[in-house]
Design a binder for this molecule. Structure first.
Ligand code: ZN
Length: 299
């Protein structure tokens, strides 16, 4: 009996000082993710400026608009490239919330390969887009939405025509980073995340405060053996955001087939994609958002 009163006081004390709980999400929809890659692979070729790229942007827009509470649009702009003027289209999908948004990005354009006119770009292009749409599916069906806005940006023009430089490659992310400078909480990029040997590396040139959250999230999901820090610098769509002072991180699996042989080749096809890898990447991004919410990241 004597212990009861201190017990009650103790539990009241605990309730009073309890840290906010970190939310957990149901596992992301693997079948939906796979279907999203399949639908993109049916559109070939889809390099920037091609009718396939326009069709892909419209497919993403239509899929996003079928979800609850989103506002989606295409941002069209024309830039000079080494092969002439190209009109690019970023697809931007906004989920509402308070304060600055977290941006989640992936490129949808495919590398233009003269040797592979029907290039599927299942992993390098297809997988990132599929993961974003899958994360969007979870976030738009929540009973309690995230407190901050989430903006999904599907970049055009990631792939260079000839060689990466100020007028070649990263067109969509450079445009978006300029528009979002000073106006975003963080940027998370997913690229080449779909092969069956799922191993995410976080390049060296990412923001330390976000890396910390990524590794915390991976640990929470018991995926820490598959998500690691790399000493490599990677030039990808996160770099313009990083350079614009927005905390940015890249989730990339830059090891695709023996000696990376499937990368930018006709071998980058739908049969290399594992729904489980897409699902784990979506789970990881959702967990990162949950950690950000709990830590009030960027508030
Ligand atoms: Zn590529």
């Amino acid at each position: 009996m004597k212990r009861l009163i201190p017990g009650i006081i103790f539990s009241l004390f605990l309730v009073g000082c309890a840290e906010p709980e970190q939310r957990s999400f149901a596992p992301a929809d693997r079948n939906f993710a796979m279907d999203m890659v399949r639908k993109q692979c049916a559109i070939v070729p889809r390099h920037s400026g091609s009718p396939g790229a326009v069709k892909t942007a419209e497919f993403i827009l239509k899929t996003a608009r079928s979800m609850k509470g989103v506002s989606a649009r295409i941002d069209t702009f024309t830039e000079d490239t080494p092969t002439g003027k190209i009109t690019f289209r970023n697809v931007i999908v906004e989920l509402p919330g308070k304060g600055k948004p977290v941006i989640i990005g992936a490129h949808y354009d495919a590398k233009k390969l003269s040797l592979a006119p029907d290039f599927q770009a299942a992993n390098d292009g297809g997988s990132g887009v599929a993961v974003l749409l899958t994360v969007m599916k979870t976030l738009t069906s929540l009973e309690k939405p995230l407190p901050f806005p989430v903006h999904f940006i599907f970049f055009d023009g990631e792939e260079c025509q000839e060689e990466y430089g100020p007028g070649d490659g990263l067109h969509g992310s450079r445009k978006a980073a300029k528009d979002y400078a000073g106006k975003a909480r963080a940027m998370i990029l997913a690229d080449m995340v779909g092969d069956d040997n799922w191993h995410i590396s976080v390049p060296e040139n990412c923001s330390p405060e976000l890396k910390k959250i990524v590794f915390q999230a991976a640990k929470d999901l018991n995926l820490q053996n598959h998500v690691e820090q790399s000493s490599m610098q990677v030039l990808d769509d996160h770099v313009p955001f990083f350079d614009a002072g927005i905390p940015a991180v890249n989730l990339i699996d830059f090891d695709y087939g023996p000696d990376n042989a499937y990368w930018h080749t006709a071998y980058d096809t739908i049969d290399k994609i594992d729904p489980e890898s897409l699902g784990k990447t979506a789970d990881l991004i959702l967990k990162i958002l949950a950690v950000m919410e709990k830590n009030s990241f960027g508030n």
